[in-house]
Design a protein around this ligand. Structure first.
Ligand SMILES: NC(=O)c1ccc[n+]([C@@H]2O[C@H](COP(=O)([O-])OP(=O)(O)OC[C@H]3O[C@@H](n4cnc5c(N)ncnc54)[C@H](OP(=O)(O)O)[C@@H]3O)[C@@H](O)[C@H]2O)c1
Length: 267
């Protein structure tokens, strides 16, 4: 099995590195292509995969092709590679908002998997949702899932609507967490902690809370009750959030990203 990643930016490189570190592929079976000469020069020094600056040399060799260019580059990419693809190849798109139909039409192929990754994939803690065209077999899908899992975890969803929905939760989600972290950092600094101490206080709090959550069957609201006692400090903070409707505002934000993903898919 030979895999080609088209687009060696944040996501393409992250997936290439995840797959390279796994035992699924030997590095001669992993190819990466980018149109930028600068990127190619930098990557040529890396020994994890074969780097190509000529699509004609690598694309016909590939069984699985990851599409990792920006969504607004997809039309020009499709035009460029359409004459080189064949209908046995499987195309795995990481592109936000680009539908399976559009990829099938743009490339004149059938086997397409659409996925939505997120940024923590860079540290092996990503989560990718994915769904497929009906022409992708179960065995092929399992193979793709194993490749996606090299950057963290994955969930299989039944329809593309869930890909857009997961954009609102996990795709854009890291930014919501950073937003919350940023507010807590600013509060810590305002209280007089040094930058370094503020960072330790905030990052350990996030990491610790996630670990507690992951290592138990308790819901976040049960954990909230465990931290908060009646008339105590945490209750004061949670009451302040409730009075300001923070929960609803966070839900609205997730829906704003979901709606925008749907909108982008129509553009
Ligand atoms: N970053 C995220 O957190 C994230 C999360 C979820 C989904 N995604 C999806 O992942 C995809 C990639 O995003 P990214 O952040 O990795 O983008 P990026 O850093 O801009 O990387 C894309 C790379 O592809 C190159 N490229 C553009 N057109 C090409 C072509 N025709 N042939 C070969 N290479 C080409 C670009 O070169 P130039 O720079 O010269 O154009 C760039 O090096 C996007 O579709 C995005 O929706 C990203």
């Amino acid at each position: 099995m030979k895999v080609l990643v088209i687009g060696a930016g944040n996501m393409g490189l992250t997936y290439a590195e995840g797959m390279a570190k796994s035992s699924l592929l030997n590095h001669r079976n992993l190819m990466i292509f980018d149109k930028s000469a600068e990127v190619i020069t930098t990557l040529s020094k890396v020994d994890h995969f074969d780097v190509y600056d000529d699509i004609e040399e690598c694309l016909p060799e590939a069984d699985i092709v990851f599409l990792a260019v920006k969504p607004y580059h997809c039309d020009s990419l499709f035009e460029e590679i359409r004459p080189l693809v064949n209908d046995q190849q499987i195309f795995v798109s990481l592109m936000a908002g680009v539908t399976i139909d559009k990829i099938q039409e743009g490339l004149d192929v059938k086997k397409v998997v659409r996925s939505m990754p997120n940024l923590p994939a860079q540290v092996g803690k990503g989560v990718t949702s994915f769904t497929e065209a009906k022409e992708v077999s179960r065995v092929e899908l399992l193979m793709i899932r194993n490749l996606l899992d090299t950057t963290g975890a994955s969930i299989h969803v039944q329809t593309e609507n869930f890909i857009d929905a997961s954009t609102g939760i996990s795709g854009s989600g890291p930014a919501y967490v950073f937003y919350f972290m940023n507010s807590m950092l600013e509060a810590a600094l305002k209280m007089g902690f040094s930058k370094n101490d503020s960072k330790i206080l905030v990052s350990q709090t996030f990491e610790g809370a996630v670990k507690l959550f992951n290592e138990s069957d308790l819901s976040p609201s049960t954990w909230m009750d465990r931290v908060a006692s009646k008339g105590g400090t945490t209750r004061a903070a949670l009451d302040s959030m409730d009075e300001n409707n923070v929960e609803e505002l966070i839900k609205d934000a997730a829906y704003a990203a979901f709606d925008r993903a749907v909108e982008l898919g129509k553009e």
